[in-house]
Design a protein around this ligand. Structure first.
Ligand code: ADP
Ligand code: MG
Length: 211
């Protein structure tokens, strides 16, 4: 399996799917309490546990996933996330990975990765009946896609993801449980935006060979 590096040169790096899964699962596990407290502030406090359960389930089957071609591996990971994460975010993260698997080629270059990621975001928005600006994971996914389109480097992409997650703090939630709070959702970072930024960092650093 290989992915294009996220720098502007378009050089191909070999990326090991098992390493990607393990770093993503480690990142989620290391930040589970933080995700839980973010979700406690404006939701029901289960996001950290939901994500940890899902990514540990993916980790447990990493050997099997790694034998598959990239599109099939991503679809299988998405299906596993739907079955194990739960909550509102499970079907949405699951849709993201399944749609990515549907659109990506077995050995994607940056252009294919970017296009597939764009389609996957559209699938999440359709599944969540949501759009950018509503204080959800989409508020990180979309700026990351923009950064990919603009030819940004890996560190610029992770910065864009972190800034986008921070930018959800002053937003009013219009989707998900946090929307029940109305104006009281203002002043807190969206948990799903934070977990998305963490995953973007993990994946980008691995693809760039920095981890
Ligand atoms: P639940 O809200 O069911 O407890 P989680 O706590 O696991 O599920 O996930 C909450 C996160 O899911 C939110 O922080 C938000 O980013 C994301 N989310 C919820 N609803 C939507 C939606 N309709 N569209 C996009 N993202 C959503
Ligand atoms: Mg929750």
């Amino acid at each position: 399996m290989s992915l294009g590096t996220l720098d502007k040169t378009g050089t191909m790096n070999k990326v090991d799917l098992k390493t990607l899964i393990s770093v993503a699962a480690d990142t989620i596990a290391a930040h589970a309490e933080e995700l839980t407290s973010l979700d406690q502030a404006i939701g029901d406090g289960d996001h950290g546990l939901n994500m940890k359960r899902g990514f540990e389930a993916v980790r447990a089957e990493a050997d099997t996933f790694a034998t598959k071609p990239l599109p099939d591996a991503l679809k299988a990971i998405g299906t596993k996330l739907v079955m194990t994460v739960g909550g509102a975010s499970g079907p949405l993260f699951g849709t993201l990975f399944m749609a990515l698997g549907k659109e990506i080629s077995a050995e994607p270059d940056r252009a294919n990765l970017t296009a597939a990621f764009g389609k996957a975001i559209e699938a999440v928005a359709a599944r969540g009946k949501s759009q950018v600006g509503q204080k959800t994971m989409l508020d990180v996914l979309q700026p990351v896609h923009d950064a990919l389109l603009q030819g940004k480097t890996g560190p610029e992409i992770t910065d864009a993801a972190d800034s986008a997650a921070a930018a959800t703090v002053p937003m009013k939630a219009l989707r998900g449980r946090a929307s029940f709070l109305g104006d009281r959702s203002i002043g807190h970072m969206d948990a799903g935006a934070r977990s998305t930024a963490l995953l973007v960092r993990a994946v980008t650093e691995i693809i760039e060979g920095q981890a």
